[in-house]
Ligand binder design. Structure first.
Ligand code: ADP
Length: 486
């Protein structure tokens, strides 16, 4: 299994385990490799500090007591030698190297300091210096290292003195044992804490995600009434909100899809049955070959054409969603073309389409084909739902920086509570399939898509039940004709 496909729970465990192991490994490396160096640095600097403290108190009448206390507390050897190489004070540490040297050998460190600008230090392996010194090498697992430091100072009487200090710079066995024990405890604690953290994290993060995944899987199997729980972190709450929204949308679309399927099959079957029936009748009975019967066949074919075209338009809109072919054109001219065509076609059926518009031309920058389609859809709705007067008004006028086009009918109007839904795909407020009305519920959703794609595009309707409908769109018109390049 690839690492990427590991379950999140195991991934969290793995990352934290690696992290804990790295921390523990680092601690051990520091303990084993750097501890000696670190200890030596600390001790060396401590010896210097002690030297400074003694220097500051060198004229104190109780200096011998002071030195004694310091040496005992810090476990260092402190020796004060005067100019004549006489030893004034000396206190030895527990395992002192200097304690085994002669006074002359000790005084030699005075000279070394002298020859080295006033101070001198050396690191000595204890067992190399004098094999007779008792030490616990077996316990240490090797020789211990000692720092000997000498420094020339002056007291208040301007008398020259030399401070010689000695300190072990290798950690002692008990210290080592303690730090090892501490290290083992820290290592175990880090590993336990990593485990506990991984456990808590996986419960708090992974559990809700697993639950969401199970719910989402159930949703793909067609269960849409699932409520995704928004527990845990904000991200998970956001995700479940998004999933809840998606499931609601999918369930709506699914519902509409089923409805459309039944509507479309109904809508297709009715004209097809009529066409077949009339055609067979005219084939079998010569008397029935009348122009009225032929007209029924033509009308029904037209209904089919509308239906198929609407469906094609929407699927085209969905596939080329963001593509607009913008050109500069005169909306007045485009509108009058559309109105004329409709008027001529509908006049024989008793409809009349009127057109009110501005006097001059109104140039706009838009997708002419798509805007034409919008007007067609609005007009065909107005015709479908026209009132008894069979009158449709197309009105164009300037409103601020926009040109506004209204398509008005005096028909049945729309219930106010249904108005927000008529722009939805497949929505049909009147489900009773009024005779003569071919509807797919797609016309207005095409209007919405096109107008939303256009920058500054506005669409809407003023209507109420029984009072006709005024559908409108608005687009910004071009003020400077010199801008026209197309
Ligand atoms: P349809 O193909 O059903 O007309 P539309 O998307 O064009 O689909 O319209 C959606 C619904 O809006 C219609 O089913 C109808 O109920 C309502 N509607 C649209 N235009 C009008 C109108 N001019 N008068 C009354 N109702 C309308």
């Amino acid at each position: 299994m690839k690492l990427n496909h590991l379950k999140l729970k195991w991934k969290i465990f793995l990352i934290l385990a690696i992290f804990a192991l790295v921390v523990v490994a680092l601690l051990w490396v520091f303990q084993i490799v750097f501890l000696d160096d670190f200890y030596r640095t600390v001790r060396t600097s401590r010896v210097r500090d002690i030297t400074d403290t003694i220097t500051a108190n060198i004229d104190d009448s109780q200096i011998d007591v002071f030195i004694g206390t310091l040496a005992y507390r810090e476990d260092v050897t402190i020796i004060v030698v005067d100019k004549n190489e006489n030893i004034r004070y000396q206190v030895f540490a527990s395992r002192s190297v200097l304690a085994h040297l002669t006074d002359e050998s000790i005084s030699a460190y005075y000279r070394y300091a002298y020859e080295n600008d006033g101070s001198y230090y050396e690191f000595t392996k204890k067992n190399l210096l004098d094999t007779s010194i008792p030490h616990d090498d077996q316990e240490q697992g090797g020789s211990t290292e000692t720092l000997i430091y000498s420094k020339i100072v002056r007291n208040a009487n301007d008398e020259e003195l030399c401070l010689i200090l000695e300190s072990e710079t290798t950690p002692m066995a008990p210290t080592m044992r303690m730090s090892m024990a501490l290290l083992i405890m820290i290592s175990i604690s880090v590993l336990l804490m990593a485990g506990a953290t991984a456990f808590v994290l996986s419960r708090r993060v992974v559990k809700p995600i697993e639950k969401l995944t199970n719910d989402a899987n159930a949703m793909t199997d067609g269960e849409f009434d699932i409520e995704f729980a928004s527990s845990g972190f904000k991200e998970i709450a956001d995700l479940s909100t998004a999933l809840n929204y998606a499931s609601k949308e999918i369930s709506t679309v699914e519902h509409l899809r089923r409805e459309l399927l039944s509507n479309v099959s109904h809508d297709l079957r009715t004209p097809l049955t009529l066409i077949k029936g009339y055609a067979e009748m005219m084939r079998d009975f010569q008397d029935e070959l009348t122009s009225e019967n032929m007209q029924v066949v033509i009308d029904e074919t037209e209904r089919l054409t509308y239906l198929v075209n609407d469906m094609l338009d929407l699927s085209r809109m969905q596939t080329s969603k963001t593509e607009l072919h913008l050109t500069h054109f005169d909306i007045i001219k485009t509108l009058s073309g559309i109105v004329e065509r409709h008027d001529a076609m509908l006049k024989p059926k008793g409809y009349s389409v009127e057109y009110e518009h501005s006097d001059e031309s109104v140039p706009i920058y838009a997708d002419e084909l798509k805007i034409t389609q919008v007007i067609y859809n609005l007009l065909s709705n107005a015709i479908n739902y026209a009132g008894d007067d069979m009158l449709i008004l197309v009105r164009e006028y300037k409103k601020g920086k926009n040109v506004r086009i209204e398509i008005i009918d005096n028909g049945i109007g729309i219930d106010v509570d249904k108005i927000p839904h008529i722009w939805d795909r497949y929505y049909k407020s009147d489900k009773s399939h009024r005779r003569g009305i071919v509807g797919t519920g797609l016309g207005l959703s095409i209007v919405k898509s096109v107008m939303t794609l256009h920058l500054g595009g506005v669409y809407g309707v003023d209507s109420s039940r029984g009072n006709g409908s005024k559908f409108y769109i608005e687009l910004p018109f071009e003020t400077n004709k010199n801008d026209n390049k197309d």
